[in-house]
Ligand binder design. Structure first.
Ligand SMILES: Cc1cc2nc3c(=O)[nH]c(=O)nc-3n(C[C@H](O)[C@H](O)[C@H](O)COP(=O)(O)OP(=O)(O)OC[C@H]3O[C@@H](n4cnc5c(N)ncnc54)[C@H](O)[C@@H]3O)c2cc1C
Length: 428
């Protein structure tokens, strides 16, 4: 890339704010026909589902919206890497649904245990049945328990994934806290696609920060099933400067983990065996299980959707948003999930009113915290093209490679501001 092009792709906060405002203005706002309404069931009250349920009510209060969520407390993954590194408490990640209910959404606290796409109904674990005109699935991810030899649910109690926030997050933090100074920490990162592409590298950075400040004789190895990753140069520059005890092993250098042995906390690749004091295995993933029950997941384990409306390509009247869906170039993030939720709500409202949805534009921004005063960013803008969401060339970009410490510190503050804003919008 030439210097000019690199500068063109550099991103300032003002650019992000400008494009966010522009995209918000571009969101399709349906003018509903008189008397149009309908029943919409949303499964999954995370960033995608709770946002969609609220957006539907805001668009047309007459739409009957039920949000099905298995748990009364949502525990957010963004910023959970800071909890693991002892920089934040898990309670700061927890949110309830009182404000969602106050916005007019009917809450059903139970797991959805069956979906009948032909009969258009959802059965809940508590025995209730909900009929719908349109169903929105937003179940997030499940772990592929058959995806890595040796890694099953029992193994996750010894070698936590911490890729769903909650007990797993706390377990990994406790293991790091009780490890002796001088211990080996191993993180294994999966091949694409998976939830939060920069997440493993933010985690490695913050665990390295914990080790540097609390257990300086320890070492961290990040074994990767990829040769390239999100914000790679930014992360690697930061590691060189801050964390000499962090070693990244790429796919071509033998980084792909082929099996694990929980009894001895051993992580195995084609070329080596690493006996860890703490092993954090981030395994292969797939759409949350209810996607299989609704017959909307394909052989990849994820859900193909129409990029205009996020309606399933496999089942009519069922929309899939958030991590569970195949969204082309748009990464699986909370920011994306929230943006997709608003577009989906607008499309569903239009469809219920018998109108044609409008072509959307969507934005994603992923912040990563590398150290307490060190943040980096990647942003993208997307639109439907050739049946998927595609990057709009020249929009978005990454933080400057050679920024001063003040810029990194400002981006860490923006990350904090983003988390407060999105969680207030979705749950507050
Ligand atoms: C360590 C880590 C760091 C991250 N950092 C960031 C970040 O900085 N920025 C960012 O944008 N993203 C980040 N992410 C990604 C982000 O967490 C996900 O992309 C986001 O949570 C996806 O939203 P979702 O609604 O699809 O899924 P979720 O938020 O997981 O919500 C799914 C919900 O569905 C419910 N559910 C599932 N199945 C059923 C069922 N059958 N019945 C009822 N309820 C059900 C679950 O209980 C859950 O509440 C991070 C992820 C990780 C793991």
């Amino acid at each position: 890339m030439t210097q000019t092009k690199r500068i063109a792709r550099r991103l300032t906060r003002r650019d992000v704010m400008k494009s966010a405002a522009a995209a918000a203005a571009l969101l399709p706002m349906p003018a509903l026909a008189q008397g149009a309404a309908g029943r919409v069931v949303v499964i999954g009250g995370g960033f995608a589902g709770a946002s969609c349920a609220r957006a539907l009510k805001a668009l047309d209060a007459r739409i009957n919206v039920t949000l099905v969520e298995a748990s009364r407390t949502f525990i957010a993954c963004p910023f959970s890497n800071l909890v693991i590194a002892g920089m934040r408490e898990l309670t700061a990640q927890q949110f309830g649904y009182d404000k969602v209910a106050a916005a007019g959404v009917t809450m059903a606290f139970s797991a959805a245990s069956a979906v009948d796409p032909q009969g258009k109904s959802v059965t809940l674990a508590d025995g209730n049945r909900l009929a719908y005109e349109r169903l929105v699935l937003a179940p997030g991810i499940d772990i592929r328990w058959d995806g890595l030899p040796g890694y099953d649910e029992a193994a996750a109690n010894v070698m936590p994934h911490a890729w769903k926030a909650g007990e797993q997050t706390t377990l990994l933090r406790r293991q790091l806290e009780s490890m002796e100074d001088g211990g080996l920490v191993v993180i294994s990162a999966p091949a694409n696609p998976f939830r939060c592409p920069p997440g493993p590298y933010e985690r490695a950075s913050l665990i390295a920060y914990y080790l540097k400040t609390k257990k300086p004789k320890s070492k961290l190895i990040l074994l990767d099933a990829k040769d390239a990753f999100s914000k790679q140069r930014l992360f690697q520059n930061a590691w060189k400067e801050l964390y000499p005890n962090l070693e990244w092993v790429s796919l071509s250098s033998g980084g792909k983990v082929t099996s694990v042995e929980p009894a001895s906390k051993t992580v195995v690749t084609d070329f080596s065996r690493h006996q860890a004091a703490v092993a954090n295995i981030i395994p292969p993933q797939k759409a949350g299980r209810v996607a299989d029950l609704a017959q909307v997941a394909d052989r990849s384990g994820w859900c193909p959707v129409d990029p205009m409306t996020f309606e399933s390509k496999q089942q009519p009247n069922i929309h899939v948003i958030g991590d569970a869906a195949i969204m082309g170039a748009m990464p699986k993030s909370a920011f994306s999930a929230n943006a997709q939720a608003k577009v989906c709500a607008a499309a569903v409202a239009k469809l219920l009113a018998g109108e044609k949805p409008v072509e959307p534009r969507l934005i994603n921004t992923c912040y990563s915290v590398v150290a307490p005063d060190y943040g980096i960013t990647v942003a993208g803008v997307y639109r439907p093209k050739d049946g998927v969401l595609s990057d709009i060339e020249g929009a978005g970009g990454v933080s400057p490679i050679d920024a001063p410490a003040s810029t990194r510190a400002a981006e860490a503050r923006y990350a904090d501001g983003w988390f407060k804003t999105i969680t207030t919008e979705v749950f507050g």
